[in-house]
Design a protein around this ligand. Sequence first.
Ligand SMILES: *Cc1c(COP(=O)(O)O)cnc(C)c1O
Length: 418
Amino acid sequence: MAKRKLKNTQRLFFEAKNYLVGGVNSPVRSFCSLGGEPVLFKEGKGAYLVDYDNHRYLDYSLGWGAMILGHAYPGVIRQIKKSLSAGLGFGATHRSEVDLAKAICRAIPFVENLRFVNSGTEAVMSALRLARGYKRRDKIIKFTNSYHGHADFLLARAGSGLASLNIPTSAGVPRAFLKDTLVLPFGDAQLLEVTLRRFKHEIAAVLVEPVGGNYGVLPLDQEFLQETRKLTKKYSVFLIFDEVITGFRFRFGSLGDSQGITPDLVCLGKIIGGGLPIGAYGGSKEIMQNLAPLGKVYQASTFAGNPIVMNAGIATLEALKKESSGYQRSIALTSRLVYAMRKLEIPADLGLKIDFYGNMFSLRFKERRHFAELYRGLLKTGVYFAPSDFESNFVSFAHTQEQIDKTIVAFKHALTDL
Ligand SMILES: *Cc1c(COP(=O)(O)O)cnc(C)c1O
């Protein structure tokens, strides 16, 4: 396969590095885990992205999962344009905030009240503050390899053994900030119970991604989630579902509801903003009214509930509802892709593991360098996966069977070249 020339793209990235740290505004965008230079895109439409040298790529990264309808979805663009002419934001409650909140509350029935913020990070951070303020307890439990945004006290890697000292996964995070963050292995209900019992009356919440999307795809463990719900009730601890990736991903609503598991709080982001910056957290009125101005837990924002963002969210949810067959289709296409990839003759020593759930999938080799090689091969044939084996790939409502089949062929070639 001829190597694609990326003259303009490379030139732009070179210039970007002069002004932006590492040429990016978020680390994985730099291809830091792949080596070599990233591809930069000037536009997207449907399932495709176009780089600065006019090469087209079938996109499976989809703005880190936000663009479930595909890029530049006409109904969303139309609504944003319409909303632009009314002004960009007033810092006062706006019709569109009420409408998006109503749509989300109806789709996730246990959410009676919610609060919009500007990112998933803020949603999780604020939901935990609310849990701690409500329970008047400081400790929280999270699980190894789950990602909940970049709030200081969540950038923790567990030491060995129960509640041993956490090691920050980033410089600049004081150890003291992690002293109330307990990190447990996902799936070990016994250890969870031991921990809840040992720190009785100290733990405010258990935070969990119901399907993991940030350490590759960690498929659903319904039994463990149910057990976690049971235990958190027993010890009177909040269960918080971080559905920033999974919310509205597999169905019109939450993953928790589809599994019959109701958390105390849910965090949302990505999809509900239609591609614009958003986060939200919600739950029962009884819990949510502890937020200021009604309650004592403070959380504020200059931009939260921005009307342009809200309108993008409303248009996105309307489209998801109207075209809800897209869920079935994107899930079926993901199965098709994953089973075809798994069926190929893959040398056992590569140790390729393909995980998926619904319309999300991820690949990992025993050695990470093989992922980087495969990735380059895919890029050459115009297939853009998420640029790290720890990130999830997504299939959108815009992807077609023909595109999936092309991807299977591209994958086969890239694999043969390893
Ligand atoms: C993306 C993500 C976040 C962080 O959201 P940002 O908008 O990037 O701050 C938090 N939790 C999960 C599960 C995510 O996938």
